[in-house]
Design a protein. Structure first.
Length: 332
């Protein structure tokens, strides 16, 4: 009996010791996270809309985390360079990426991506939505969405719409609009958003789905027309511009989103801490006010599983649009 008792006591002691070691290892690596600056990789150039929103999030995160959060702009290949690099980064919570709706499009458009948007990342925070607005050149023979559709039906292929590249959000929004309205428009891709807007201002193209931050000033100055907002509510910065539904074209919705992803395998405790900090930052009155001025707003409040499902649903949505329009890398 004594032998059995002593043996049981020894096993219990070893078991307790093993638990202490495991906790000690976890504590050393993650309990104090973050112990040094965190890097948020932005897949686009500095100064653009995505970069501006990322830096707003970073500024809101610093006081919540107690550490600096550094933005690293890693532009190129429609964001794929940054995404691939993050997918291969050490999953320790110190390398994150500022993903967007552009990655949902890329998942369908590019044939040989070296990362999987759903499988190779830990969803941290679906952070911000970014409104879109359909704008057009001055002198166009239509003043609203209904008139644009009617004109395009009478003049198939005569209306041109700009985007910041094949497979971009603006490209796919145009294709979805064509499919739902039953019209034909000619897609004209540019190297970037600025080039597309310049062409629109110059009258080289007719319409474009753009973000309000890039076009509100031109609309207010009378250089561009605002046809409608493709969402369920008007944009506060241009309250006089109706939604598509109010203009007689219900069911069409298009807005951008931004969120933070971490490499697959990043500890759940770190993901939760990050998600909580971001949600708190998004609720700050100053943050909400700044976002509203840019036609954006907070999302937050999603669990990692909900964010992952959102990613898959968004990929499926734009995949269906692209298949119907026969859009893929090398096809246009």
């Amino acid at each position: 009996m004594n032998r059995i008792t002593r043996r049981g006591a020894m096993l219990n002691a070893l078991s307790a010791l093993a638990g202490t070691v495991a906790l000690g290892i976890a504590g050393k690596a993650y309990a104090a996270w973050p112990e040094r600056p965190v890097t948020l990789i932005v897949p686009y150039s500095a100064g653009g809309g995505a970069d501006v929103l990322a830096r707003m999030i970073v500024n809101g995160l610093k006081p919540k985390l107690g550490q600096a959060v550094v933005v690293e702009n890693r532009a190129g290949a429609a964001g794929n360079i940054a995404m691939e690099g993050t997918a291969r980064a050490k999953p320790d919570g110190y390398t994150l990426v500022w993903a967007s709706s552009g990655q949902s499009a890329a998942a369908n458009y590019y044939k040989s991506l070296k990362y999987d948007l759903v499988k190779d990342f830990e969803p941290v925070s679906l952070s911000i939505y970014n409104s879109r607005i359909l704008v057009g050149r001055q002198g166009a023979p239509y003043a609203d969405v209904a008139q644009l559709i009617a004109y395009a039906k009478k003049n198939p292929g005569q209306v041109t719409y700009a985007s910041w590249g094949n497979g971009s959000g603006a490209h796919l929004a145009g294709e979805l609009f064509k499919q739902m309205a039953g019209i034909e428009m000619l897609h004209v891709p540019f190297k970037g958003n600025a080039d597309a807007i310049t062409a629109l201002l110059g009258g080289q193209v007719d319409v474009m789905f753009s973000d309000p931050a890039s076009t509100t000033g031109h609309i207010r100055s009378g250089k561009l027309k605002a046809f409608g907002v493709p969402s369920d509510k008007r944009f506060p910065g241009l309250p006089e511009v109706p939604t598509f539904a109010e203009a007689g074209f219900a069911g069409f919705e298009y807005s951008g989103w931004f969120g933070i992803l971490a490499p697959r395998g990043t500890p759940a405790a770190v993901v939760k801490a990050l998600s909580t900090a971001i949600d708190q930052a998004l609720q700050e009155p100053d943050m909400r006010e700044q976002l509203a001025k840019l036609g954006a707003g907070p999302i937050g409040g999603r669990t990692p599983d909900q964010f992952r499902k959102f990613l898959q649903d968004d990929i499926d949505k734009w995949g269906a649009v692209m298949r119907k329009a026969n859009i893929s890398e090398g096809s246009n």
